[in-house]
Design a protein around this ligand. Structure first.
Ligand SMILES: [Mn+2]
Length: 431
């Protein structure tokens, strides 16, 4: 007996991977755990005639010769194994895109790419197999789900190539949109409105972070969708949903962040869970929700030494002019240095900024003898060296300016420009 297994709370990537594995291992039995994600459950009930899966009861330790594990790297993610492994010592084939875990495979195809099903689709494509439009649609749904429609940073060119192949094989994007549609039932709506009523907003280093403690009864699916929706509506920088089931004394912590420097995945890892910078979750037992909230706050305020700050991006020393410098002199300096703006210093004090834009006002020759201070902008937007790149970007957009002087305790130590920030976002930073 050969069997294909995947993780609990099966999502589309997992479901698609199990089915794709049946095309590569035709004699293996595809098995799904009992706990499936709601969208997957709905998809399977509509497509009963096309896909048939078994459940873990069918596993027979005396007959099992090979296990094919897809989209999981740890045994605790797999349902109903019991003593199966000791009794049968099967050959294990692993197809996965997670960090390697405790599943020791005899053969594996592991790669940190967007979706696990990409690995299987790439193999199917290599074997020149043809797919039905329904199969291609299911596989593509797995890729779209796990790559956030190709926007998650984990997405690779392999995921896009596999998607191109699936579209050629008739994958239907309209259907995928429906398949992956979030399901908001009355229960999810109630939780969302409770979150909106009882949020606590905290200001942290210029970011708005919200915390919500909500008591839930029994198994409540779709909580992460609720936090997604909440984050979208409130437009905060990061949101923490703390969902406690009082009878079982356990709490599901779900976090979302729209700021790269607020890495909620790192915080969730320290709380025993996991995730990536923009989304993460953790299951926490026997700790009261107030204490969980406090711990999250502490972790967020702890200095993050690995984060890139303005100090890493700024240029220095900075060319400056004095308020008395004549406009024509400043014009020369601009031309010689290829700059578009200078801070204006009076002694050690930053008193203004003079930019190319200000020159248009002074263009008449008679006015070029006037001092810089007559044309400079004296309301200077400034930034501190430990600020994040996101904060700098926000200031540039908010004030529609191209550069920010960096001040450390009132002293000008550097300047950061729009192009420094673009270089950072496009990963062109020198090491
Ligand atoms: Mn996956």
């Amino acid at each position: 007996m050969e069997a294909i297994l995947t993780h609990k709370n099966t999502d589309f990537d997992a479901l698609a991977s199990v089915f794709a594995a049946t095309l590569i291992y035709p004699s293996a039995i595809p098995i799904l755990p009992k706990a499936l994600n709601i969208n997957v459950k709905r998809f399977l009930s509509i497509h009963k005639d096309h896909f048939s899966f078994q459940n873990t009861d069918i596993l027979d330790p005396d007959k099992l010769t090979r296990l094919i594990v897809v989209d999981a790297s740890n045994w605790d993610r797999i349902e109903g194994l019991g003593d199966l492994m000791e009794k049968s010592h099967p050959d294990i084939h692993l197809w996965d895109h997670h960090k390697p875990g405790d599943i020791r495979a005899t053969w594996s195809c592991q790669s940190p790419i967007g979706a696990a099903v990409t690995l299987l689709v790439t193999e199917i494509q290599k074997q020149r197999k043809r797919l039905s439009p329904i199969e291609a649609t299911l596989f593509a749904a797995g890729i779209y789900e796990d790559t956030g429609n190709m926007t998650f940073p984990s997405t690779t060119a392999e995921d896009a190539k596999a998607t191109a192949f699936l579209l050629e094989q008739g994958a239907d994007l309209n259907l995928i949109k429906g398949i992956l549609r979030p399901v908001y039932g009355p229960r999810q709506k109630d939780i969302l409105s409770e979150m909106l009523r009882n949020e606590r907003r905290v200001k942290l280093n210029g970011y708005v972070v919200t915390f919500n403690r909500v008591a839930i009864k029994g198994h409540t699916p779709g909580l992460s969708l609720v936090v997604d929706m909440y984050q979208e509506i409130t437009n905060g920088d990061a949101s923490f949903g703390i969902f406690t089931e009082p009878r079982k004394k356990h709490t599901i912590l779900i976090a979302r962040s729209s700021e790269e420097s607020l890495d909620v995945g790192a915080i969730m890892r320290q709380m025993g869970g996991g995730g990536h910078p923009s989304a993460g979750s953790a299951l926490i037992k026997s700790i009261p929700p107030e204490a969980i909230e406090k711990r999250c706050l502490d972790l967020m305020t702890a200095p993050n030494r690995t984060a890139i700050t303005i100090t890493d991006l700024m240029s220095y020393p900075v060319l400056t002019v004095s308020p008395q410098t004549a406009m024509w002199e400043a014009a020369l300096l601009f031309r010689e240095n290829g700059c578009t703006g200078f801070p204006v210093l009076e002694g050690e004090n930053l008193v203004g900024m003079i930019t190319r834009r200000d020159f248009r006002k002074g263009k008449r020759p008679s006015r070029m003898d006037s001092p810089v201070k007559a044309f400079m902008n004296s309301k200077v937007v400034r930034i501190t060296p430990e600020s994040s790149v996101d904060q700098a970007a926000r200031l540039l957009v908010k004030h529609d300016i191209g550069r920010l002087p960096v001040l450390d305790e009132g002293k000008l130590i550097g300047i950061v420009t729009r192009s420094d920030i673009m270089r950072y976002y496009y990963d062109l930073l020198p090491d």
